[in-house]
Write a protein that binds this ligand. Structure first.
Ligand code: 13P
Ligand code: SF4
Length: 307
């Protein structure tokens, strides 16, 4: 009898399918995937794939992005309930009313948002290109940044550009306990605190290095430091352990005795659901043509601006 890994690999070949996985997926999914990356790398991989079927092991806005960028492919998400608290914190109607109050503003939206929000934006960014994107906007143009207030505040500081920030946030990245992190820094004085920009400003101000998931991974591999306190979702530690064996990796602790530093949406996907999605070619991501075309404009602009 074939084990689940063999079954997935056999089906993948038979169906000309590709599995794209984000770093926050469980280790087994990362290991079976054809490509593991951050949001920007995954968007590029989805756009350029020759595969007929894309199994997107990530959350809904990522799979939706793949469909927007490569509409002739079938895109499936192992668990359709894999949403995102940050995306949910920006409802399209409320955002449309907010935009209407500031019609002269250029709208930059973080990729962690729905197709409806993308369609209302001038350009999209991810955590790895947000600074570059904002720096491309003419100085005289006021900016709205949505939906993440923490990434927005961080980019505001880095770029020196004033921005109107939509007040959304991620439940995972706002869970870290600064008190416990300080205790860890006292215990491990050589450990570098590294953080994802979705974390709160006070934590980011303490961090030695702030970057997207891929940026954090690269830093751990290349930095001469031996020890790191990692303030982002714990799934990234799997690749860090693989690519930087021997380095001491400490997951930044959450506020309570919980696993709140694990993204509950990302973790809805399991290896069994990946197999089922591959087998049944569902749940499928679909969009109306109109919405897809409108959302493609700012998404493609992001890719063009971050060549
Ligand atoms: P990255 O683009 O850095 O991988 O971030 C995605 C995400 O959802 C962070 O919470
Ligand atoms: Fe969304 Fe936060 Fe999960 Fe990333 S970690 S997918 S921002 S809820």
């Amino acid at each position: 009898m074939m084990d689940i890994f063999e079954e997935i690999n056999t089906l993948k070949k038979k169906k000309n399918a590709v599995i794209l996985a984000h770093y926050y997926q469980e280790p087994d999914i990362q290991d079976i995937a054809d490509f593991v990356g951050d949001s920007l790398e995954l968007a590029r991989a989805a756009q350029s794939t020759e595969a007929e079927l894309i199994v997107f092991a990530g959350v809904h806005f990522m799979a939706e992005g793949a469909k927007i960028l490569n509409p002739s492919r079938k895109v499936v998400l192992p668990d359709l309930r894999a949403g995102c608290s940050l995306s949910d914190s920006c409802p399209p109607d409320a955002f449309a009313r907010f935009r209407a109050k500031h019609p002269d503003h250029f709208v930059v939206s973080y990729i962690n948002c729905s197709a409806e929000i993308k369609a209302q934006s001038d350009v999209i960014c991810t955590s790895s290109n947000a600074l570059r994107i904002v720096q491309r906007i003419p100085k005289e143009r006021p900016i709205i940044f949505a939906p993440d207030r923490n990434l927005g505040a961080f980019i505001q500081k880095e770029s020196g550009r004033e921005m109107l920030l939509w007040q959304g946030s991620c439940i995972v990245h706002e869970t870290f306990s600064e008190r416990k992190i300080i205790e860890l820094q006292v215990k491990y004085p050589d450990a570098e605190l590294i953080a994802h920009p979705e974390c709160e400003p006070s934590l980011l101000a303490r961090a030695r290095f702030v970057a997207s998931t891929s940026g954090l991974l690269k830093h751990v591999v290349e930095s001469p430091a031996r020890s790191f306190i990692v303030a982002t979702e714990g799934g990234i530690l799997h690749q860090m352990r693989k690519k930087a064996p021997g380095k001491n990796l400490i997951a930044a602790p959450p506020n309570h005795e919980c696993s709140c530093n694990e993204c509950p949406f990302m973790k809805l996907n399991t290896l069994e659901k990946v197999l089922a999605a591959l087998k049944n070619e569902e749940p499928e991501i679909t969009l109306t043509d109109d919405l897809r075309r409108q959302a493609l404009v700012p998404l493609q602009r992001m890719l063009d601006w971050s060549q």
